[in-house]
Design a protein around this ligand. Structure first.
Ligand code: BTN
Length: 325
């Protein structure tokens, strides 16, 4: 945590109260003038901090920023969020977490950025990441599971994101195989999970999560090829990013602990409940052929199970699935 984050933490721990410069300087072991400098920076970031000669500093209002101290505050998670890093800007949170992982960062480390200059989507696409509106974060995991089970973590994050959208924003979010989150057919969030592994052993997995929270229509790229949306566009109300993120992290942490203890079963059933194509007639474009059938669920490795019109159940590992009729 930086000194700035620590000062914010002190304010959060004593809401509405004055904290003297001396108190802050003692508890952080920095000089009074260093405290004053950090208060100045916080004010520049939009924090309304009152300074009273005989009493000290008091936090009156905080802007909608995603700062590590605020995210960590009262987050009693077991693993996810044990260490949070927040940056005003980065190229891609996935790229940065990969670096941290290679340098030995521990499981549960999170990196969140207000803006990404090179946000990455799946299939080499770019992920539009303007500042001040959305959530872009990456989470480092080091699960001791067989390599072929790593895709299960994508379904875990999809469930956590969709449920947080429904609970916090009252938006009927659904999942689309393999890893999109949609509202009324328009994409509201995307997941980019990456893995570093040898044949038998996972070194680390990065869960990259991008959620369109308060994005306006004109902030989406003009050349986007599929329908997109945001919480603001769906509900007409902006969402508090900090509150949203803390709820999401709590869910992710709970589901990850459950996953380590009980395996994929509980996540699979939650995901199937959110999957709008479940038990529906679909067409799967497999590139060279098209499979017509009915979705019957997910298998343990994250493949989609489709019962063909001829009766046998096929495992779909990659393909474009669409509803029929
Ligand atoms: C998709 O194409 O659907 C995946 C989008 C994933 C975007 C997130 S934003 C945070 C993290 N950092 C990145 O560069 N990408 C992921």
């Amino acid at each position: 945590m930086t000194s700035r984050d620590k000062i914010l933490n002190l304010f959060r721990l004593s809401p509405d109260q004055y904290i003297s410069g001396q108190q802050i300087s003692r508890s952080l072991d920095i000089s009074r003038s260093a405290v004053w400098k950090q208060v100045k920076v916080l004010r520049e970031l939009g924090f309304d901090i009152e300074a009273k000669h005989s009493r000290g500093y008091r936090l009156l209002a905080a802007p909608d920023l995603l700062l590590a101290a605020d995210i960590e505050n009262e987050l009693n998670n077991q693993l996810i969020g044990r260490s949070v890093i927040s940056l005003p800007e980065t190229d891609s949170t996935n790229i940065q977490v990969r670096r941290l992982a290679e340098d030995g960062a521990h499981e549960g480390t999170i990196l969140v950025a207000d803006r990404q200059s090179a946000g990455r989507g799946r299939l080499g696409r770019r992920w539009e990441s303007p500042s001040g509106v959305n959530l872009y974060c990456s989470i480092l995991l080091r699960p001791e599971i067989p390599v072929q089970q790593a895709p299960q973590l994508t379904f875990l994050s999809a469930v956590a994101v969709a449920e947080t959208l429904s609970d916090v924003c009252q938006i009927p979010a659904e999942v689309k195989w393999p890893n999109d989150i949609l509202v009324g057919g328009a994409k509201i969030a995307g997941l980019l999970n990456e893995m570093n592994a040898e044949t038998e052993q996972i070194h680390f997995v990065i869960l990259g999560i991008g959620i369109n929270l308060n994005m306006e229509v004109d902030q989406f790229p003009k050349d986007i090829k599929y329908p997109v949306t945001s919480v603001l566009l769906e509900s007409g109300k902006p969402v508090d990013r900090l509150l949203f993120m803390r709820e999401l992290l709590q869910r992710l942490d709970g589901y990850y602990s459950e996953f380590l203890a009980e395996g994929f079963g509980p996540i699979r059933s939650r995901w199937e409940k959110l999957f709008f194509m479940m038990n529906k007639k679909v067409e799967v474009d497999l590139g060279r052929s098209v499979l017509c059938g009915t979705v019957v669920g997910l298998d343990a490795e994250g493949a989609l199970r489709v019962q063909s019109d001829q009766g046998q159940v096929e495992r779909i590992i990659a393909g474009d699935v669409s509803l029929v009729g």
